[in-house]
Design a protein around this ligand. Structure first.
Ligand code: DQA
Length: 145
């Protein structure tokens, strides 16, 4: 059983970037938290991050070739712009949960659009980094046999 966690642009600066919105946990804290949760659940996980849209598309394709059974993705700003990420998730057909640390529904108008959402089985937003764990639990409970 394997879940791939993908993080988009600027999430490598967690803890530094706008802490009033994204909190003080660093990206490394987030990776540790996800790995500890995966260990407890007995699931294999890989956590990847890139600031480049094409890399994120490649990560999704790699998930297909390496037989990943579920994807958790925080596409960050590419949520609001990227048809390529939407098409990649549709192409691989792997159950995917969209995660946002902040509550995007309560932020600027441009954050109300999510292209990737229509290819995702669920969206978890505004729960801080615990949203990643909730997304993993949802995949394990409902989508990974
Ligand atoms: C984000 C929300 C996005 O609007 C923003 O561009 C991000 C992070 C979040 O996790 O709350 O970079 O995806």
């Amino acid at each position: 059983m394997k879940i791939l966690v993908i993080n988009g642009p600027n999430l490598n600066l967690l803890g530094v970037r706008e802490p009033s919105i994204y909190g003080r946990e660093t990206y490394f804290d987030l990776v540790d938290k996800i790995k500890a949760h995966a260990d407890k659940a007995g699931v294999d996980t890989e956590v990847l991050q890139s600031n480049h849209e094409g890399d994120l598309v490649d990560f999704i394709h790699r998930a297909y070739y390496t037989k990943v059974q579920g994807i958790v993705i925080n596409p960050a700003a590419y949520t609001h712009t990227s048809v390529a990420l939407l098409d990649a998730v549709k192409a691989v057909g792997i159950p995917t949960v969209e995660v946002h640390i902040s509550d995007v529904s309560k932020r600027e108008d441009f954050r109300q659009v999510s292209y990737i959402r229509q290819a995702c089985v669920a969206t978890i937003s505004g729960k801080g980094t615990d949203g990643y764990l909730e997304a993993m639990d949802l995949l394990l409970k409902e989508y990974i046999k």
